[in-house]
Design a protein around this ligand. Structure first.
Ligand SMILES: *Cc1c(COP(=O)(O)O)cnc(C)c1O
Length: 356
C-alpha cells in the first residue's frame, strides 16, 4: 500500500503493460524506449497522449499540450521568463512550500507581488477565490492548486479577468474536472498523478506561447516547444509512454469526474477518522481547504508519531511520514491508489488510537 507523495503509486495494470511491452513493443522486435523519437512508432504514442489529454480535460482548440523536461521546478523559472516582460509584475498566492519556491524563482526574473501570504496561519488556509484580484500591470496570477506538503487545496477557481491565471497542478492534476478555459497555463510534474518522473505537462493558451520573447534560449521558450509539438529535442519518451497508459486507465475508469468522486470517497474516509478521533489525530488544515490528495495529520507527540509510522510500515503501509520540513504524518492518496488501501489505513488508525 503505497502512500508516498511522489514518485507515487501507479495502476497495477499500467505497470504490467509496461513490463510486458518493455522488451518487444507490441511485436515490433524492439522496445519503444529504443525507438527513434522521430519514428512512426513513437510518433503515434506521442500524438495519442496529447489527444487523450485534450479529450479527458475537454481542452479548447486554442491550447497546446506540451511535454517538457526539468520537472515542475523548471516551470518556476520558465513562467516568469516567458510571461513577465516590459516592466510588468506578476501576482503570486503564497500558500506554502511549493508556492514559496515558485515565488523565489520569479523574484529572480522580475517584480513579484504577493497578493496573499499564508504566513500568519502557518500556511494552513487559502484566500477565498473572490478575494483574488490581479494588481495593475500584472502579467499573470500564479496559484498552487494543491500544496503537496501542507495538504491544502483550492476548491474553486479565482476569476482574474484578462490577466492569465497560471496554476501548478503537480499533485492534483486529473483528480477532478478543470475548466481549462479559465487558465492561461497549467503545469504539472508527472510523478504524482500521471506517471513516472521525467515529464512535465504544460497546457498553454496560444496567445501566451506566441508572445514568448525571442531573446530566450531555445529550450526555455514555450514558443520552441509549441511550434515543434514538444519534439524540438528528445522528449522523455519512457515517461510519456507510461502517461499514455495512465490516461487510458483514467478514461476507462470514467474520466475526471470519476477521479473526483474517487478522491472524495478516499479523503472522506481519512478525514472522518481524524475528526472522530477525539483529538488523537489532528489535521492542521482549515476544513474548507483540506486536500483530497495529501491528507496531513499529527499525533500528540513525536514519539507516538514514530510508533505510528513503525507499526503502519509493519502492516505494509509505505510512505506515511510527513515531509521532512514539517514532520508529522501524511497519506498521499493519488488517483491510482485503490480505495481498499485507504480503508486499511483507516482501520489501522482506529485500532492504533484505541491501543494508545
Ligand atoms: C512535486 C511538486 C513540485 C516539484 O516537482 P518536480 O517535478 O520535482 O520539479 C512542484 N509543485 C508541486 C505542487 C509539487 O507537488
Amino acid at each position: 500500500m503505497n502512500f508516498y507523495a511522489g514518485p507515487a503509486v501507479l495502476p497495477e495494470e499500467v505497470l504490467k503493460e509496461l513490463q510486458e511491452n518493455m522488451f518487444d513493443y507490441q511485436k515490433n522486435g524492439y522496445s519503444l524506449i529504443e525507438a527513434s523519437h522521430r519514428g512512426a512508432l513513437y510518433d503515434g504514442i506521442h500524438n495519442e497522449t496529447v489527444q487523450l489529454f485534450k479529450d479527458i480535460y475537454a481542452i479548447p482548440d486554442n491550447y497546446k499540450v506540451l511535454f517538457l523536461g526539468g520537472g515542475a521546478t523548471l516551470q518556476f523559472a520558465m513562467i516568469p521568463m516567458n510571461m513577465m516582460r516590459d516592466g510588468k509584475t506578476a501576482d503570486y498566492v503564497h500558500s506554502g512550500a511549493w508556492a514559496g519556491k515558485a515565488v523565489k524563482d520569479a523574484q529572480k526574473i522580475g517584480n513579484v507581488t504577493l497578493i496573499f501570504d499564508g504566513k500568519d496561519s502557518s500556511y494552513t488556509s487559502l484566500p477565498a477565490p473572490q478575494d483574488i484580484k490581479a494588481s495593475a500591470a500584472s502579467a499573470y496570477v500564479h496559484i498552487t492548486s494543491n500544496e503537496t506538503i501542507g495538504g491544502l487545496q483550492w476548491k474553486d477557481w479565482p476569476d482574474t479577468g484578462n490577466v492569465p491565471l497560471v496554476a501548478d497542478m503537480s499533485s492534483d492534476i486529473l483528480s477532478r474536472p478543470v475548466p481549462v478555459e479559465k487558465f492561461g497555463l497549467i503545469y504539472a510534474g508527472a510523478q504524482k498523478n500521471l506517471g513516472p518522473a521525467g515529464t512535465t505537462v504544460v497546457i498553454i493558451r496560444d496567445d501566451i506561447w506566441e508572445s514568448s520573447p525571442d531573446s530566450l534560449p531555445a529550450y526555455l521558450s514555450y514558443k520552441t516547444h509549441a511550434e515543434k509539438n514538444s519534439l524540438y529535442n528528445t522528449p522523455p519518451v519512457f515517461s510519456i509512454w507510461a502517461i499514455n497508459l495512465v490516461l487510458k486507465w483514467v478514461r476507462k475508469m470514467g474520466g475526471a469526474e470519476a477521479m473526483k468522486n474517487r478522491a472524495l470517497e478516499k479523503s472522506d474516509i481519512l478525514y472522518s477518522v481524524i475528526n472522530e478521533s477525539g483529538g488523537f489525530y489532528r489535521c492542521p488544515v482549515d476544513e474548507k481547504y483540506r486536500s483530497t490528495m495529501n491528507v496531513v495529520f499529527r499525533l500528540n507527540n513525536e514519539e507516538l508519531e514514530g510508533q505510528f509510522l513503525k507499526e503502519s510500515a509493519e502492516k505494509g503501509m509505505m510512505g506515511l511520514k510527513g515531509h521532512r520540513s514539517v514532520g508529522g504524518c501524511r497519506a498521499s492518496i493519488y488517483n491510482s491508489l485503490p480505495v481498499e488501501a485507504v480503508e486499511a489505513l483507516a482501520d489501522f488508525m482506529k485500532s492504533f488510537a484505541k491501543s494508545h
